[in-house]
Design a protein around this ligand. Structure first.
Ligand code: A2P
Length: 316
């Protein structure tokens, strides 16, 4: 079984495995498919799982964890690092603790290891269809929502708290009011969206960065093949005797960033763990640093092109 390096996050006892398995699928996989994929991942050595209320995968992940315990694949719940996220419809300060409890109920666990604010936006209603009506899209009350997140820590519902899709400006605002500092910011990052400015800012402030869509989220509504179909990365892969996916994941890892990468395929999930015993050359790193940059995931593609949503997308 692959040995996965871990890292210590600010204010947290348990170390986080640097690669976690993402559980967002498109179209959304059924419960049994997701559950089987998670069980396969546990067998392959994954100990870090990334879910969200919005992915609809919390229940499947929870059932897989229960099954893994029953089968003796893990000894206890504490062998796993589980991250889930607060959906935008529950960011009113009064809703944060109940939303976290709802996620725990879905997951059938007593606590999560990491709870993240999913997007820097508030929706005044549940999303029934997309694009959402413009009148339900509101600015996020960062201070109030974060106080709710801090309450989740105090109640023992989560060990750590952080954010996702936060810009430098949002983080700055958060850091000026937070009593518990955000442990991490999970953002889109890959060779085509390298996030240099945000990463430098996070480093300066002591906020760890986790990359989602490290492979460009190929075959989803929000991704494409700009990573897996890229010739520069493919040439490097060929020269190294690796796959393009491994080159992209290794590049992310070499930037000091942890990874949430999705594969529900047994061979590919194993392949994605084989990135820790080799490294990219300076020449390869130089080539990757010259790739054209383009943000792939936008909030507008999820909620619709409303002015506030476009503002959030433009705030990098
Ligand atoms: P699959 O689940 O069939 O393996 P990201 O991690 O950027 O969100 O990308 C996820 C997408 O990349 C999924 O479509 C996943 O498909 C695919 N994928 C994951 N690992 C690999 C790999 N090693 N080679 C090719 N495609 C991969």
């Amino acid at each position: 079984m692959a040995v996965i390096p871990t890292l210590k996050l600010g204010g947290m006892e348990k170390a986080m495995p640097v690669i976690g398995m993402g559980t967002a699928s498109f179209p959304m996989a059924d419960l049994e498919t997701t559950k089987a994929a998670v069980l396969e991942a546990i067998k392959a050595g994954y100990r870090h799982f990334d879910t969200a209320f919005a992915y609809g995968s919390e229940a499947a992940l929870g059932q897989a964890v229960a099954e893994a315990l029953r089968l003796g694949l893990i000894e206890s719940r504490s062998d796993l690092f589980i991250t889930t996220k607060l959906w935008a419809s529950f960011t009113d300060p009064s809703q944060v603790v109940p939303a976290c409890k709802m996620s725990l109920q879905n997951l059938k666990v007593e606590y999560v290891d990491m709870y993240l604010i999913h997007w820097p936006v508030r929706l005044t209603e549940m999303v029934r269809k997309t694009p959402v009506p413009i009148e339900i899209v509101k600015p996020l009350d960062i201070k109030g929502a974060w106080e709710g997140m801090e309450e989740c820590v105090k109640l023992g519902l989560t060990k750590g708290i952080g954010v996702s899709n936060f810009s430098c400006k949002n983080l700055d605002h958060l850091l000026s009011t937070a009593k518990i500092l955000p442990a991490l910011n999970q953002v889109e990052m890959n060779p085509y969206w390298q996030q240099k400015k945000l990463r430098e800012f996070c480093k300066e402030k002591g906020v760890h960065v986790t990359a989602y869509s490290p492979l460009g989220a190929n075959n989803t509504k929000w991704g494409d093949d700009r990573i897996l179909g890229n010739e520069v990365l493919a040439d490097i892969a060929k020269a190294m005797g690796k796959t393009t996916a491994q080159v992209a994941l290794r590049w992310v890892y070499e930037q000091g960033v942890s990874i949430a990468s999705k594969s529900f395929n047994k061979e590919r999930m194993l392949q994605n763990l084989q990135i820790f015993d080799w490294c990219l050359s300076d020449q390869h790193l130089e080539k990757i640093s010259q790739l054209p940059q383009a943000k792939g995931v936008t909030l507008a593609s999820i909620l619709g092109p409303h002015p506030l949503v476009l503002e959030i997308d433009a705030d990098l």
